[in-house]
Each structure stands twice: as C-alpha cells, then as structure tokens.
Write a protein that binds this ligand. Sequence first.
Ligand code: TTP
Ligand code: MG
Ligand code: MG
Length: 445
Amino acid sequence: MKIDYIIAIQFVCIATKGITKIEFKNFIAQSLFKQITAMILSSDKTITHLDLDCFFVAVSRLMNPTLNGKPVLIGGSSDRGVVAACSYEARKYGIHSAMPMKLAKRLCPEALIVHGDYEMYAKKSDEVTQIISEKVPVYEKSSIDEFYLDLTGMDRFFGCYKWSTELWKTVKKETGLPSSFGISANKTVSKIATDFVKPDSNKKIDRGTEKEFLAPMSVSKIPMVGEKTYQVLRQMGVEKILTLQQMPVELMKDVLGENGKTIWQKANGIDDTPVIPYNERKSISSEETFDQDTIDIVKMKSILIRMTEQLLFQLRDENKLTSCITIKIRYSNFDTHTMQSRIPYTSCDHHLIPRVKELFDKLYERRMLIRLIGVRFSHLVGGGYQINLFEDSMEQIHLYQAMDKMKKRYGDTAVLRAAGSDFTPRMFNPFNGLTKGQPLQKKIQ
Ligand code: TTP
Ligand code: MG
Ligand code: MG
C-alpha cells in the first residue's frame, strides 16, 4: 500500500518530465529496489530476551532439592566471602549479588550457604544454549544465563510471543530450570521486561507502548545506568524514567556525553543495537615463537603466565568471561599439538593460571625441543559481573580493580605476577621504537 502510493507519486513526476518507457521501467525497478531495501533495513524487529531465574541457586536446587523454598546464598562461607547468587527468598531480606557474605548473614541468619559447583553451572548453561541453538537461527548469548533471540520475520509464520512461550516451557521441561522472558521491538525494552516480570514469568510489550511501560520505573532499571550514573541522575533530581523521557536529549548529552544520549534513547524505548550471533569459536589468543627452540619448562610456563595475564586483562576490560582453555605447542619438527579443557566461567588470573599450567604439563609429554607455545580462551560470554567466582573475597575484587586500573593507565605489563615477569622482554629498541616482544600477538577469531 505504502509502496503503491510512492510509486504513483513517482509516476506522476516522471510523466511530467517526459522520460522514455525503458528509462521509466529502469527507474521504477531501481526505486522499488531502494524502497524495499529501506523497508527491510528499517523493518520492525521482534526480540526476545530470556534470563534464567536465580541461576546458580536453581542449579544447586536441582542437585539438592532440600534447598527449595528456603533462603539460599551461593558463595564462600568465610567472613571475607561475597554473595555470588541468592534465592528470591533471601532477596526479601535485602540481600543481593556481590554483597559481602558477612553482611548477608547478618541480614538473614537462617540463610543456607552453599558452595557453588561451577562445573555444573557451566554444564547447565551449555544445555540451555544447546536448546536455543537448535530452535533459533539468530541468538546472542550475552552472559552465562542470558540470551537475546532475534525473531524478526518469524511472525509471518508463527506468532513470536506464542513461539517464545513454547521455547520458555521447553527450557524448563528439558533442563529443570525456571526462567523469564520479555518480548518487544528491541533488546533494551525486552531485557527490562524480563527483569520486571521475574521470576518464572513473561511479558510482551506491544510496539508503540514502550515509553508508557518504562515511564513509571526507576532510572536504575535502564541496563546502562550503574551506581555512578544513577547518583549523577539523582543529583539532577531524576528518579523516574518518565522524567528522562521529558528531558531534552541535549541536556543529557551535556551532563553525560554520548552515554547520556544513549541513556535518553533507551529511556524512550529506542534501541537499534543488533542481536550479535553467538559463536562458541569466538576466542582470544596469544602465541609466541622462540628465537631458539627450547626445553626450558620454567621459561615456557613463565611465558604462558604472562600471556594469560595479558589476555585476561583484556577479557576483564571487555566484561567477558571464558569457559574454555586451549594450550598449543609446536615441537621443533613442526608437530603441533593442542589440548582443551572446559572450566567454570571466569576471567580471574588466580583461577586460570593454575589450569593453564596444569594443561601445559599434560600436553608437554614428549620432552622434545619446543618452537612455539600458545594459549587461547574461548566460549566467551559477556556479563559484566562484579564477581566471577563464589569464593572470591572483597579483597580479591578490590585487588583486581586496582590492578586493572594501573594496567589501563600504564599499559598491560605495568603489574605482573613475579612468576610471569622473569621473561618479559622490557628492552626498548631505539631503532624501531618498539619494546621487544610486546605487544604479544593477540587474535580475536
Ligand atoms: P543473574 O542473571 O544476574 O542473576 P540470577 O540468575 O541469580 O537471578 P535473576 O533471577 O535475577 O536473573 O546472574 C546469573 C548468575 O551469574 C547468578 O546466578 C550468579 C552469577 N553471578 C556472578 O557470579 N557474579 C555476579 O556479580 C552476578 C550478578 C551474578
Ligand atoms: Mg538470571
Ligand atoms: Mg543473567
């Protein structure tokens, strides 16, 4: 209908200009193509966001049903520990993820504290991914327990909401894990809808009703608004999303720069970020070829440690976690061997370095001269978690934050583990202006 109308106008324009029939046909074909392309590009999207409910707790409950219905905290039980996850029963006491365990215990002394089983969490996360990957052509795994599904175009064949509901039920039936989903025209609104209906429920936000849905909520519900931004907005007297919607975008830009504009758009239900297809092969890696082949195990391990530290700094900087390590060695005769190991999701040096060394020991069994070693971290997911592991303490979190701050300011070799620093070439080469051996060859595949 819209296209007919546009073509009719074009016809009148062309007719009045006296263009030949062939030129006219070409013109129509070209403009039709342009119109259709533009329509497809701007076509209304349908995006579902699905997030598992109290994921770690739910998995622990599958293994130990006596935890059902009780306040449960996952984390290290020592006073220095941090809450990685908590059940909805525990949340009633004001407990939340990343809270010091000591405080959580004070808020709810009867809470049951469970040491997490990270292997199991990774396995269950894979199970859900498997179900989704079999059913959805375009999906993004944005954290351990969270997915965006691009269902655009599917409504011509099925109702997207009905289809999402079926998937949601299948996830629960096949994995035993409850989840919630939100469905709307974009990622932001769908994510907010998921958080809004949790647990074990779903919500559809119809096109055109996004602003009205968001208006009464606190600005802290906008995914980009962290503690700092929230405080800035509060100081400006902004509490509800409605106030943001009514503010001129320029004001937000003045106060918060480009981020301010994005936050304003999100507040208005506008978000055109695409669903980025998840690819398990996506990885970050580093390898080093020796000037002279070597059998010096201490040196090789030291280099592996340095490479691991640098790669993990990059992962943390991008708010990502890995759940798979691969070690590669190439012997002097060019025989190349690799060994892989699935691990709990993390980006912490102190958890990964021992696993890297362990894997290297297993792989390097021929005691022959080695020409190259490498390490790769794959099965990456985002998350931006403040804590990666249940036994992490506040001290450790602060230590990583301080280390990463220094690395950001002074370069990624500014702080290194002693074990990995022995072989860090630091010599500055005045002929090419480079520091020898740096930066390491990093690849995102
Ligand atoms: P979330 O999806 O943020 O939380 P959740 O699944 O426990 O609860 P909700 O029902 O509100 O979705 O995180 C998924 C898991 O990731 C969570 O169970 C524990 C883990 N996690 C961390 O390890 N560190 C963190 O800082 C956070 C927030 C979560
Ligand atoms: Mg969750
Ligand atoms: Mg989540």
